[in-house]
Design a protein around this ligand. Structure first.
Ligand code: SAH
Length: 212
């Protein structure tokens, strides 16, 4: 067990960013340092986003924790993550949905390749290179969809790829300022909930998101 990672997890639990034991266990299992570039390793256990190259970032641990909790994951959930980035969020998700699957799509080839190598250790994670603003139709439907980049609004394709009682969590708003929102498919349509978390994610660039 890595003591510094444990300190980070305790910090996230004390501040209630981590609220459930299954998410706590996932954070203890996955060492953030493995997903941080060599030159920034010293900052692995600080609660801030860090550059991962190509102008992109690994999100701050409290944001990863919040999105993971807001997804209301079940042990066998089939999850789509849009924006693999470093692969850290995908690794955390995979430990929470032990009997489920995590499908994660990244637009930038270099990041896709680097993260795919690291995610080899996680047998229930499947990585894809492409524009996730259209979702991932070949693997739909999904019980959960999480976006780790900001979108102007949730793309219709995500909603159509969401299974019954499915949940989407995404930062929605302007290119450099969003709010976390949660959408749930009910018997009557889609419920939208503002989670009261202002945030700054890098934008999702694509056909159904921001143009660059
Ligand atoms: N989940 C990541 C955070 C990545 S930041 C982590 O844990 O490290 C968001 C990522 O979304 C960036 O890597 C960016 O390249 C990617 N991205 C932007 N537009 C995208 C698109 N249309 N489809 C897939 N990925 C996209």
């Amino acid at each position: 067990m890595n003591e510094k990672n444990e300190d980070l997890v305790n910090y996230l639990v004390e501040r209630e960013f981590i609220r459930s034991s299954k998410v706590e266990k996932a954070f203890l299992d996955v060492d953030r340092a493995n997903f941080v570039p060599e030159e920034l390793k010293n900052y692995s256990y600080t609660d801030r986003p860090l550059g991962i190259g190509e102008g992109q970032t690994i999100s701050a641990p409290h944001m990863v924790a919040m999105q993971t909790e807001f997804l209301l994951l079940e042990k066998d959930s089939k999850v789509l993550e849009v924006g693999t980035g470093s692969g850290y969020q995908a690794a955390i998700l995979s430990r929470v949905v032990e009997e489920g699957e995590v499908h994660t799509i990244e637009l930038i080839k270099e990041l896709h390749e680097k993260s795919s190598e690291k995610l080899c250790e996680y047998p229930n994670v499947f990585t894809y290179l492409g524009d996730g603003s259209r979702g991932l139709p070949s693997k739909a439907p999904f019980n959960r969809i999480v976006s780790t980049g900001g979108v102007p609004e949730v793309p219709a394709s995500w909603v159509s790829q969401l299974s019954k009682e499915g949940v989407i969590v995404a930062p929605v708003g302007e290119k450099y300022h969003q709010r976390l929102k949660r959408y749930r498919r009910t018997g009557f349509g889609i419920d939208e909930e503002d989670l009261n978390v202002p945030c700054i994610f890098v934008p999702i660039i694509g056909k159904d998101a921001f143009s660059d």
